[in-house]
Design a protein around this ligand. Structure first.
Ligand SMILES: [Zn+2]
Length: 419
């Protein structure tokens, strides 16, 4: 990296008071780095040497008492592995966290920050977003008949991680499958620390069948054919886990592996783990509650019936991103598809009246794009009653899609209540 005179890319500058190498190691010593940036502010630009072509140029931006490096868009771009690959660069991770693009995730380094609780909460939120982003990108939130456990893993590790960045670095080499590989991941983390003086978190993704809370730890178990096949201990003094909205697994989990403060020393541990309940081990569709899990069971059995009896292959997509149009945005749960025809399906809980009012607004937005149906379930209904409502509603949507033509869209582009 080289200093340039601000406003003049071709003017190389040497200034012995400025130690540019500290910028690359920003996270190891925030104060030195801030000091360097403060000296450069309004005076110099920096040319990065990561690419062979036109060099990327960065300038120093001040935000209150905080300085950060910002890429100037009219010059060259950084290579993928460069720590300054995106804006905000890793030096500015403590500010403007929310302004990152959707494929970029920023985790706050607890060693350089002072409000531990807030940062844990915000990092947990980032971890959740990262997990759902990987799920959506690799399409494992969609039912296919040829879906298997290992094809899901492969989809996430190959397709899901491509072009996804954590603290400015590609995540492909940082994400592993299986808590069973924790020691291996820990070694990789420690070797980064040795090489660079600091390390960005590593990640482990896995499926856990059950979770048991014991005195000192949470025991996460994998079960196959009724037998425990492996388990992992999350020690309560080291590992933070997300709140669980369903007690029973399976869960798709994402753990960030990094340093954790333990009494007087630092140890490497699964610092944060997000537990996302999913439909089942073959269909990794995220669910919010047991009723959604039941609904997916029903959906799968109806799909099977259509395939066996009529040779029609429906797919169900658990939507994780809002539907946009010029009326606004809305968040329906499912999209059913058959060929080029599709319809939305949504579930409301009777007890959620405030949310349901919002849903009514959502459906107005949705009607601009496509139609579908929803049902209202009451937790006080018997299991049988709930199943009947779900069965009726799901089948009505599937029938509407099957009978749709280009001039006759399902439900005439409206959201119909079926109960
Ligand atoms: Zn660069």
């Amino acid at each position: 990296m080289e200093l340039r005179l601000k406003g003049n890319v071709s003017e190389k500058v040497f200034d012995p008071t400025i130690a540019i190498p500290t910028l690359r190691n920003a996270r190891s010593d925030l104060r030195t780095c801030q000091d360097t940036l403060r000296k450069m502010h309004k005076k110099y630009w920096v040319a990065c040497d990561c690419s062979d072509g036109q060099p990327p140029i960065m300038t120093v931006r001040r935000n209150g008492s905080h300085y950060s490096l910002v890429n100037l868009t009219r010059y060259g771009t950084h290579t993928e592995n460069c720590p300054f690959h995106y804006v905000p660069s890793k030096i500015s991770t403590n500010t403007n966290v929310k302004r990152t693009r959707s494929n970029q995730f920023v985790f706050i380094d607890e060693n350089t920050s002072n409000s531990f609780d807030n940062d844990t909460k915000s990092s947990m939120n980032t971890l959740k977003k990262l997990l759902l982003y990987l799920v959506d990108k690799s399409d494992v939130n969609k039912t296919y008949t040829d879906r298997t456990f290992s094809s899901n893993i492969k989809a996430i590790l190959d397709k899901g991680t491509n072009d996804v960045y954590v603290n400015g670095k590609g995540i492909t080499k940082k994400l592993s499958f299986g808590l069973i590989n924790f020691l291996k991941v820990k070694e990789m983390f420690l070797s980064d620390v040795e090489l660079e003086g600091h390390a960005e978190p590593y990640f482990i993704i896995d499926i856990v069948d059950s979770l048991e809370s014991l005195e000192t730890h949470l025991l996460a178990k994998k079960i196959a054919k009724g037998k425990d096949i492996s388990s992992f201990k999350f020690f309560k003094s080291l590992s933070q886990i997300s709140e669980l909205n369903i007690e029973n697994g399976p869960f798709l989990i994402l753990s960030s592996i990094s340093f954790v403060k333990a009494k007087s020393k630092r140890v490497v541990a699964p610092a944060l783990t997000y537990f996302q309940p999913i439909a089942n081990k073959r269909s990794w569709l995220p669910v919010n509650n047991t009723l959604e899990r039941k609904a997916i069971e029903k959906i799968a059995s109806s799909f099977e019936w259509y395939k066996k009896t009529l040779g029609l292959e429906f797919t169900c997509h658990r939507l994780l991103k809002p539907i946009h149009n010029d009326l606004g945005r809305c968040y329906p749960l499912f999209k059913f598809e058959l060929g080029s025809h599709f319809a939305y399906f949504d579930i409301q809980l009777k007890s959620d009246s405030a949310k349901n009012t919002q849903k009514t607004m959502d459906y107005i937005v949705l009607s601009k794009s496509a139609g579908g149906a929803y049902c209202i379930l009451d937790e006080n209904q018997t299991v049988k009653e709930i199943q009947n409502v779900l069965f009726k509603a799901i089948n009505e949507v599937l029938k509407a899609i099957k009978n749709a033509t280009d001039n006759n869209p399902p439900f005439d582009k409206r959201m119909k209540c079926i109960s």
